[in-house]
Each structure stands twice: as C-alpha cells, then as structure tokens.
Design a protein around this ligand. Structure first.
Ligand code: FE2
Length: 309
C-alpha cells in the first residue's frame, strides 16, 4: 500500500503484525496515541479480528468512552451489532458517501472512530481518507477570502428526515430515531433545546436547520482543520426528500454556491487516500484531523464502526 507523506510522516500509519489486537492496544496505548496524533489514522492489519465480538473487544481494550449511535444526531441509518459496534451505513452499494468529519453537521460529534472490515467487497468499497489540515492549508492558499468567510460566518445545514427509517438513503434516519422521541411534541422539545429551526412537511417528514456551526476549527496543537460536513452535504444529501443544493448555507443565511465548493471538492479529491480494506483490518481515525467517506462497491461488504466520545 502506497502511503501519503505529510510533514515527514506516513499517512495513514500502518501497524502490521499478528496475534491479539486487544492485548497490543492495552500494552501500547501511548504509542498508538502518538501515531494517531501525528498521522490522523492508524491501520491495524494482520491481527486476529475475526468477528464483530472481537472488534468489540478491541474497542473495549482501547478503553476510551463510547459515543453511542443511539444518542447521536447522525442522519445515517445504522444497525447495532453489539452495544458499541454498529453497521457503518446501510446506504445501497452504488451510493457514494462523500468526505466528511463524523457528525460535524450536528452540535455533538465523536473525537475518534474505529472501523473494522469484517468482509471486504469484491470490487470497490474503499474508505477514502483526507487530511483536513492539509486540505485547509491548500484551500487558504488558493482562496483566503473564502476560508475567512467559512471561519467567520460558520455554516448551517438543512435536511428533511422521514417518519420511518429509509435505508435506501444515506440520510434516511427517521426523526423519531434521530431525536430519540416518539411524538411530534417530543421532537420539537429536543430541537428547541438544541437550537434548531424546523418545519413539518407532507407525510409527517420533518425539515430541520441547525444552529450556526463552525466550518473551521483549531486542534490542540494549533493546526486548523476544515471541520464540517460541507462536501458530503453538497454532493450527497439528495434523496426523495432532500435537494443537496439546498442543504448548506453560511451562518448568516447567505448562499454557499457551487463555485464556493468547487475548490474544496477538487482539493479533497486530489488529497484522498483510498483505504482498500482487507478482511480483519481495523482502523482508528482522529475525527478532528481526518475526513472519511465510502466508495461504491460490488458484492458483500461489511464494515462496522464504533465511536469514541
Ligand atoms: Fe461517516
């Protein structure tokens, strides 16, 4: 696998070995933490991780607090396999999931993600990864005013959620599941508390707009990152309820145009590293510095995820 190199370090970092990954993580947590900080992604290959229960034990051994899908505001339909492991996205194989930071379109997001490939696809199905600090640096060189506008104004996301889960869509999670409620009143109370605006639509679907969220943020060591969901929303949030071109705007309500998005999309595509899964692989991703997505695939592909607070 040909890695990228940024600031003299491999991206992603790869730990190739055999044996027991939980034991490895327990004994090498500080080393793994440093690799993750420097590279943004660590791929563990060759270890004995044969089933979802093994993956659960890997996450457990790493030891950080779980970020539960059930309580998240993620718009993807997912199915829990163990209490802290779930299917990455139930969207159909031909659907591309474009680069994003996990749940950056909501006020609550995980700091890290674990992925586990139980079954690699026959064809395609890579997880593209993109260094968000590198992307932002390049974008700021090309268009400093635009990056300033993203940083100053922030962004708002709009989407329409169905009454029932729609597994045919990458954004098909029902409002009842997303907002952990059973009634319209419950949904409105939760949205009010989160600072969202909303409007009920036909078939009891629910259109929501987030409060102003940041599009650019700084990580601990001072690097700035393109921490948002703009590319995924602009390119991919379209289904029977949603028009992707209406999914994003600046925090002051002004339009984010295709021209605004073109540079970020081109750079992100150029910078993408395709993680071609082998069955048994586990990857640990820093959600603040690395974006991820999913390439279309053929055959059976089973990639599971677990999130860390
Ligand atoms: Fe994701």
């Amino acid at each position: 696998m040909k890695q990228q190199h940024w600031n003299g370090r491999d991206f992603p970092a790869i730990v190739e070995s055999s044996g027991d990954l939980p034991a490895y993580l327990k004994s090498k947590k500080a080393d793994v933490g440093l690799l993750l900080k420097n590279a943004g992604t660590v791929l563990f290959r060759g270890f004995d991780v044969a089933a979802p229960e093994d993956f659960d034990a890997v996450v457990e051994a790493y030891g950080d607090d779980n970020f539960a899908y059930k309580e998240s505001l993620s718009n993807a339909v997912r199915v829990n396999v163990t209490p802290r492991v779930f299917t990455a996205n139930e969207a159909p194989p031909e659907t591309s999931i474009y680069l994003h930071h996990e749940m950056a379109q909501t006020p609550i997001y995980p700091s890290k993600l674990f992925f586990y490939c139980q079954i690699a696809a026959d064809k395609g199905g890579a997880t593209p990864l993109c260094r968000s600090d590198v992307l932002l640096e390049k974008l700021a060189k090309e268009d400093p005013d635009l990056v300033q506008a993203f940083a100053d104004k922030g962004v708002r996301y709009s989407s329409t959620m169905p009454l029932e889960n729609d597994a045919g869509s990458g954004q098909g999670r029902s409002w009842r599941s997303t907002l952990s409620c059973e009634s319209k009143e419950g949904a409105e109370a939760r949205l009010q508390a989160l600072g969202y605006e909303w409007k009920w639509q036909e078939h009891e679907s629910l259109r929501v707009t987030t409060p102003v969220l940041s599009a650019v943020r700084s990580v601990d060591d001072g690097r700035r990152v393109f921490f948002n969901q703009l590319i995924a929303a602009f390119r991919g949030w379209s289904d029977s309820r949603n028009d992707a071109s209406k999914s994003i705007c600046f925090g002051d309500g002004t339009a984010i145009t295709p021209d605004h998005m073109a540079g970020a999309i081109r750079l992100a595509d150029e910078l993408s590293f395709d993680l071609q899964w082998q069955s048994g692989d586990v990857a640990l991703i820093d959600n603040f510095t690395v974006m991820h997505g999913r390439r279309p695939f053929e055959g059976t592909r089973r990639v599971l995820a677990s999130l860390i607070k």
